[in-house]
Design a protein around this ligand. Structure first.
Ligand SMILES: *Cc1c(COP(=O)(O)O)cnc(C)c1O
Length: 423
């Protein structure tokens, strides 16, 4: 047998062009994402560089992940220190980083006494745990379980089987059916449809509702905020019927929208307290980690032995998350998100390009809505011009830059949009 890896493993990583690396990618990586747009080799702050040495302003942040940008020195040091002290233990044991992260998330969530956290490695796993919690909601008769879960059209909750059952997009779901049952997708933002799902006739026909699972701002659907008042009404209905209100803040949470959690903004949440919140993406600043926050009574839906994860709560991931949250607070990044987000939004809206219709979203989770369905062409033009953006819908460009984005960088982004002519 030939050598699997050279003794000096870094030889595998040594110089190559974007074209050369792309060829190696397609020869070795499963083709679920299509060929990479570029192969990136390093990053610093809000910038990344490809294998040909070209620099890009990263306006996507690894899809709302790189909260502190790239190669943040405080985050790098914390991860390195934890790995050099204690890198992993089983969940038969606890670690200070894991415990402190759970406490910190509860404080950020302003969760009531009795609330608890379950740590995961990704967003889909956080949603998966939340989905399992919904199966533990007792029927009002006290006999049997409730299995009816409401989600919204346009929802994206992840790709594992349970999370996929909550995800709305047919192209993602249909190749993998049958999915876990009981999920109904209601029209987005339609309060009448939500009320109807809880009405006696609907309950008689489909059963009692165990939970409503929603994103405060739908990310993958093109950055669509729920209409004002929706979450407050959803809270009233779920509470009245003994159902859980589960907020999927995997994309919107950890400062992305200008508050720790999007629902905490009165205009979005109207002052509600949810039962369950999922987070991931930005939580570890680029290190894979997610969490489920269970408020109050919901903390006891999963009992001993009913859920688990080998890596969940890993001390390195927990240290990354603690440090990311710590830097966001220390450096006033929630304020930065609100200020630079407002500037970016305003400057792009006023950039004068005939292609730009409006900008929607919250904080630094924005979509530039186009007058024509040419988002893929705009994303390609952006890359050529040195900007990473995402064609999230045919007529929408998603921006989810690092929370450290400066006003100057926001102006650079707006100047790119100003160059767009009709494509
Ligand atoms: C990205 C995302 C997920 C899935 O997270 P992964 O880490 O990709 O598994 C779930 N819910 C929402 C709202 C997301 O944006």
């Amino acid at each position: 047998m030939s050598t699997v890896i050279p003794a000096e493993g870094t030889a595998l990583l040594s110089s190559g062009s974007v074209a050369g690396w792309t060829q190696r990618y397609t020869g070795a990586v499963m083709d679920t994402f299509g060929p990479p747009q570029r192969v990136l080799v390093r990053g610093e702050g809000a910038y990344v560089w490809d294998a040909d040495g070209k620099r890009y302003l990263d306006l996507l942040g690894g899809i709302a992940v790189n909260a502190l940008g790239h190669a943040h020195p405080t985050l790098t040091a914390a991860i390195s220190a934890q790995l050099g002290t204690l890198g992993h233990v089983s969940n038969f044991f606890g670690t200070p980083a894991q415990i402190a992260l759970a406490e910190t998330l509860l404080r950020a969530a302003e969760a009531p006494d009795g609330s608890r956290v379950f740590l995961t490695n990704s967003g889909t796993e956080a949603v998966e745990a939340a989905f399992k919690m919904t199966r533990r909601v007792a029927a009002s008769s006290g006999v049997g379980t409730r299995t009816r879960v409401l989600a919204l059209e346009g929802a994206f909750h992840g790709r594992s089987m349970g999370a996929l059952a909550l995800t709305a997009k047919a192209a993602y779901r249909e190749p993998f059916e049958p999915l876990p049952g009981g999920v109904e997708h209601l029209p987005f933002g339609d309060l009448g449809a939500l009320e109807a799902a809880f009405a006696p006739q609907s309950v008689a026909e489909h059963g009692e509702v165990a939970a409503l699972v929603v994103e405060p701002v739908q990310g993958e659907a093109g950055v669509r905020p729920l209409p004002p008042g929706y979450l407050a009404a959803a809270r009233r209905l779920t509470r009245a019927h003994g159902a859980l209100l589960v907020l999927d803040e995997v994309q919107t949470g950890i400062g992305r929208c200008g508050s720790w959690f999007a629902y905490q903004q009165p205009e979005i949440g109207g002052g509600i307290v949810p039962d369950v919140v999922t987070v991931a993406k930005g939580l570890g600043g680029g290190f894979p980690v997610g969490a489920v926050i269970a408020y109050g009574e919901a903390a006891h839906l999963l009992g001993r032995g009913q859920h688990g994860s080998t890596f969940g709560g890993n001390p390195v991931a927990a240290a990354a998350a603690l440090t990311t949250i710590g830097v966001i607070e220390r450096d006033g990044l929630l304020t930065n998100v609100r200020e630079v987000g407002a500037l970016l939004r305003q400057e792009v809206e006023m950039c004068g390009s005939p292609l730009v219709r409006e900008v929607r979203g919250r904080g630094l989770l924005l979509a530039v809505v186009l007058n024509e369905p040419v988002a893929p062409q705009v994303a390609t033009a952006a890359l050529e011009a040195g900007f990473i953006v995402n064609a999230v819908a045919p007529d929408a460009i998603r921006l989810a830059p690092p929370l450290i984005l400066t006003a100057e960088q926001a102006m650079d982004a707006a100047r790119f949009f100003a160059t767009l002519e009709d494509l």
